[in-house]
Design a protein around this ligand. Structure first.
Ligand code: RFL
Ligand code: PHB
Length: 409
């Protein structure tokens, strides 16, 4: 089999890429190791930046998101038993986030691709990518206990952190930057209406807690736990007890309990990870295959979408120029990297501010001071807000070093 762009992985990165390429008349085949039902019900991210919402809307896959997604104009930071609202909308000149499950985005994209005659091969495990430095790289995969190969012009490695693409790049060609953390997140999905209209990020002596949601009937909750904790040791009672304790306020805010659904229950280790460059020959890495951010900034899926938007533009230029234009492709990694490191910085900062690290009282007071500052200084709140809703696509951040006439001073 042959195609123009062979895509490994049907997560947000692979599916958005396939969709954007299709809109430009470029053919692709997506290989996905799991079955359709599994990836359409895999509970993961939930916060879409304005950039992601705009892209899905403009590319024609935003109808259900517009109907069912919940637009949020603010978030709450809670510490010392008190809540403090960050007004994202007002602080960013009218931007917002949308709460809409990653698996819903995946469903919408799969539907759109199959409807348009696109090829997604489920239960097809890529086992290797080869000839990366040639004009015709190849993906070897297994389907129904048989070996197959997919030849293409380019390979997009959208196969997540544990995929096969990144490890296929020769050792020495990549630089890895990594940080591990002494904690993890235990996440649950509860069949109960959210107890607050907005997300609540809580710093508490017992550890971080997050109140989020998936719909008016489903609450998504997370608590900081030890990285080696066994999910079996966390009974429903223990989970609720910890959530009540960490989210409690002096005014007596009440958290509504409900049955905990098995899907969505799990412990996720916390890490920051970047490889550079995101390209080797004709293999381009995108999304979690190239970088992992801590989930505290809600940036992972949004970064994956931002990568493939840049990749789709570069591939479009290549084909539109009669297969001679390598300019944007050659700059792909460099273009992505700036946003990747800005997202790493923000995610790391949110994580450092909101988690309990150890019993160091100095560290504890620094975190309280950081939270005090962010919730009482307009400039600090604005910094959080502009990062949380997503930096502009062109990363023009309105620098202080901008020309004098554009300065507000
Ligand atoms: P994915 O979604 O992991 O998709 C990769 C796909 O590749 C398949 N695959 C293979 N297919 C064929 N052959 C192989 N050899 C293969 N190996 C793997 C996999 O089955 C899978 O379908 O990566 P992608 O597309 O880069 O998307 C990244 C996002 O999934 C990830 O960054 C986010 O989920 C991170 N994240 C969050 N991101 C946000 O933007 N906002 C959030 O609120 C947010 N919250 C979260 C999160 C991640 C979490 N966990 C569980 C890691 C909360 C949590 C708890
Ligand atoms: C979620 O709803 O899953 C979620 C929300 C905010 C985060 C991470 C995850 O920072």
């Amino acid at each position: 089999m042959r195609t123009q762009v062979g895509i490994v992985g049907a997560g947000p990165a692979g599916l958005v890429l396939s969709h954007l390429l299709h809109l430009q008349g470029i053919e692709s085949v997506v290989l996905e190791t799991r079955n359709r039902d599994y990836i359409e019900n895999r509970i993961r991210a939930g916060v879409l930046e304005q950039n992601t919402v705009d892209l899905l809307t403009e590319s024609g896959v935003g109808d259900r998101m517009k109907k069912e997604g919940m637009v949020h104009h603010g978030i709450e930071l809670r510490f010392g038993g008190q809540g403090h609202r960050i007004d994202l909308h007002e602080l960013t000149g009218g931007r917002a986030i949308t709460v809409y499950g990653q698996h819903e985005v995946v469903k919408d994209l799969i539907h759109a691709r199959l409807d348009a005659g696109g090829q997604i091969i489920f239960e097809a495990e890529a086992v290797g990518v080869e000839d990366l430095e040639s004009h015709e790289p190849v993906i070897r995969y297994r389907k129904d206990d048989e070996d197959h190969e997919l030849r293409c012009d380019f390979i997009a490695g959208c196969d997540g952190f544990y995929g096969v693409c990144r490890p296929s790049i020769p050792e020495g060609a990549l630089t890895v930057y990594e940080r591990k953390y002494p904690f993890a997140w235990l996440g649950i999905l509860a069949e109960t209406p959210p107890s607050s209209e907005e997300l609540i990020y809580t710093y508490h002596e017992r550890g971080f807690a997050l109140h989020s949601m998936r719909s008016p009937e489903l609450t998504r909750l997370y608590i900081q736990c030890a990285p080696d904790d066994d999910i079996e040791d966390w009974s429903d009672e223990r989970i609720w007890e910890e959530l009540h304790a960490r989210l409690a306020t002096e005014e007596g805010w009440a958290l509504t309990e409900g049955p905990i659904l098995e899907e969505g229950r799990g412990i996720t280790p916390m890490r920051s990870f970047v490889v550079e460059p995101m390209q080797y020959g004709r293999l381009f890495l995108a999304g979690d295959a190239a970088h992992i951010v801590t989930p505290t900034g809600a940036k992972g899926m949004n970064l994956a979408v931002a990568d493939v938007r840049i990749l789709a533009r570069a591939l479009t230029e290549f084909y539109a120029s009669g297969q001679r234009g390598f300019d944007l492709l050659d700059r792909y990694s460099e273009t992505c990297m700036r946003r990747v490191w800005l997202a790493q910085r923000f995610s790391w900062w949110m994580t450092a501010m909101l988690h309990r690290f150890d019993d160091d009282p100095f560290q504890h007071h620094l975190q309280l001071a950081e939270l005090d500052y962010v919730t009482s200084s307009r400039s600090a709140a604005k910094t959080l807000a502009e990062n949380y809703v997503g930096l502009p696509m062109d990363l023009n951040l309105g620098a202080a070093s901008a020309p004098a006439e554009s300065s507000s001073v």
